[in-house]
Design a protein around this ligand. Structure first.
Ligand code: FYN
Ligand code: ADP
Length: 566
């Protein structure tokens, strides 16, 4: 005989799933024990949201669904934020939660952790399923996997009521009921006429630009993309998590001339990037429009696996629907061998801006103020990442995020993991754990002091599994900075201010890791180099000038009060 517990685990293993991120409790405690006994790796967290974030980013890194396992009602809700975030970012993830007795839940008779979890999950994810009978576990997991990774990837909820786990059935029949999913994310080949439309538009462009998004990183299409960029000679801009698809020091990167190329370009090829808030919805002043809502005159080609993404913000003149590898390959084939490079005028104008900005940046980075500021600290991080291009970089915060994005170059794809489409805080330690577990590489987590607070307790998890994670907290005593005043003149500190000179490094020491208190770039460098060399869990409390941050980093304009000031 077999039972529900084993059928769930066998179905996951059959589909190549080897790690579960979760937090044990009723009714899934035994599932976590049995999973470990059956050879799955179980990474137990201190809060489900962090387990969920770990599963989500594992999905992005591997192109296979990351699994998060939680208890019912509150545990499920704690995991749900990560599931919604995974869906928003188009990352494949499956949140599996135990749930209470259906009959009691549906009659609302007050069961232990009673909640209609399936109904609550549905609007927040790509698909949601519940399995009531042991013989349906195979189908349930197959459907969850297909829904998570096929087409536009996303989060899937799988509801497993407590009673299911103890159901038994004949072992051979059980085995037969499981499904090994064949080709879970089928390639989607773009139509030849769609490719021709794109070629025609690109051929006539005077100032073409390629915009790479994290969908292109997810699609593992770096080889095809590199060929396209180099063959066409077109400058490109990487979105945050697309940094490293091509090395950031590539000649054709226009990152350092961002505010010049966006309004100037006439034809923009979007590859796995959406025209959402991060790209000012494809219009307005960022794109050279005369005011916030007007079109800048660009024509867009968009490559995306989701047909309904097209025209979501502005007109897409050449929609190319398919998986990015297939789309870029088809475009390359249609471009032929005699493709002319963009004009020297366009490339020269970009190079001029780029050189100026890079020189300005070098000047700022070379300064050594006391106390440290974001630039002098990031100058160190920049060198360390350059020397360790295989290391994973996790990054969250406001200023800590924005400065790291523009200062720290990435050299390989899918190495930069950050706050993504929602700009969500709290991903830090969950991402860091998964980055270490999935890649085996050292992880550097650059954290704002506020951002770190959301998931800080997971330093215990990092120590427990002895993961090679080096957390660097940019400590400027508060959210954005530490100098705000209470406007009432009362004795409470301002809402954005924390305890001054907090000793975050002692948190790591409490669990047996290494704590470093760094007030100079030299101390920061020594701490990071040692962490990477030793692979010991390390937390560096990097003391930054408390006046150094700006409100909301580069996105101050999104604060409603910014409109009042205008
Ligand atoms: C970039 N830049 C550089 C380089 N790279 N200069 C020199 N050298 C290098 N290598 C320049 C670039 O040209 C820009 O200057 C500037 O640095 C900033 O570049 P960035 O960060 O790419 O551009 P920008 O305008 O900030 O991008 C817009 C954005 C980004 C919305 C895509 O801000 C973003 O991803 N934001 C996420 C914010 C978020 O989620 N925050 C969390 C919530 S915080 P100019 O060209 O001179 O402009 C809650 O409060
Ligand atoms: P960024 O924030 O970096 O601009 P987005 O998350 O906005 O990136 O966009 C990613 C896009 O990539 C989504 O529209 C998604 O549908 C698309 N995408 C994800 N995987 C693939 C794939 N394999 N092939 C094509 N498009 C993909």
């Amino acid at each position: 005989m077999t039972d529900g517990f084993h059928l769930v685990l066998d179905a996951l293993k059959l589909n190549g799933i080897s790690t579960i991120y979760g937090l044990p409790g009723i009714p899934i405690t035994d599932l976590t024990r049995m999973a470990q006994a059956e050879g799955l790796r179980v990474i137990s967290f201190r809060h489900e949201q962090n387990a969920g974030n770990a599963a989500a980013i594992a999905g992005f890194m591997n192109g296979k669904p990351g699994i998060c396992l939680t208890v019912s009602a509150p545990g499920f809700l704690n995991g749900l934020t990560a599931l919604a975030n995974a869906t928003t970012n188009c990352w494949p993830m499956i949140l599996i939660s135990g749930s209470s007795e259906r009959e009691i839940v549906d009659l609302q008779q007050g069961d232990y952790e009673e909640m209609d979890q399936l109904a609550i999950a549905k609007p927040l994810c790509k698909a949601a399923f519940r399995v009531l009978h042991a013989e349906d576990i195979g189908v349930g997991i197959a459907r969850a996997i297909r829904a998570a990774v096929s087409g536009r990837p996303g989060g899937v909820y799988l509801d497993l009521p407590a009673r299911l786990f103890a159901q038994t059935m004949d072992a051979a029949e059980g085995k037969n009921s499981l499904i090994e999913v064949v080709d879970p994310a089928p390639r989607q080949i773009p139509a030849p006429d769609a490719i021709q439309r794109a070629v025609d538009l690109l051929k006539n462009a005077k100032k073409p630009l390629i915009l790479l998004g994290k969908g292109a990183a997810y699609a593992r299409a770096e080889n095809e993309i590199r060929t396209l960029v180099e063959k066409s000679g077109i400058p490109y801009l990487p979105m945050s998590m697309a940094k490293g698809i091509l090395p950031d020091n590539h000649d054709q990167s226009a990152a350092a001339a961002r505010s010049y190329v966006l309004p100037e370009a006439d034809v923009v090829l979007l590859i796995g990037a959406r025209l959402n808030w991060l790209l000012s919805h494809g219009k307005g002043k960022t794109w050279g429009g005369k005011d916030a809502k007007s079109w800048g005159g660009q024509r867009f080609i968009q490559m995306d696996i989701s047909p309904t993404e097209m025209d979501s913000n502005v007109r897409i003149d050449a929609p190319v629907v398919g998986d990015i590898g297939s789309c870029v390959s088809a475009l390359l084939a249609a471009m032929g061998n005699s493709w002319g490079k963009p004009s020297a005028e366009w490339l020269g104008a970009i190079a001029e801006r780029k050189t100026k900005n890079i020189a300005k940046m070098a000047e700022t980075l070379a300064k050594d103020p006391s106390p440290m500021n974001f630039h002098s600290a990031l100058n160190v991080v920049r060198d360390i990442v350059k020397a360790n291009p295989d290391a994973m970089l996790v990054n969250e915060g406001a200023n800590a995020l924005d400065f790291t994005r523009s200062i720290v170059d990435m050299y390989k794809p899918r190495k930069r993991l950050d706050v993504g489409t929602w700009g969500v805080m709290g991903i830090g330690m969950g991402f860091a754990v998964a980055a270490a577990v999935e890649s085996g590489q050292p992880v550097i987590a650059i954290e704002g002091d506020s951002a770190f607070g959301f998931s800080g307790m997971e330093v215990e998890t990092i120590c427990r599994y002895n993961l090679p994670v080096c957390v660097v907290i940019f400590n400027n005593n508060g959210v954005y900075r530490g100098t705000d005043k209470n406007l009432s003149g009362g004795s409470d500190v301002a809402p954005t201010v924390f305890v001054k000179d907090s000793r975050y490094e002692k948190l790591m020491e409490a669990f047996g890791g290494v704590g470093v208190y760094a007030t100079t770039p030299a101390e920061l460098r020594k701490g990071m180099e040692e962490a990477i060399r030793s692979r010991k869990p390390t937390l560096i409390n990097a003391i930054i000038d408390e006046t150094a941050g700006t409100e909301s980093g580069r996105i101050t304009s999104l604060n409603p009060a910014a409109a009042l000031k205008k």
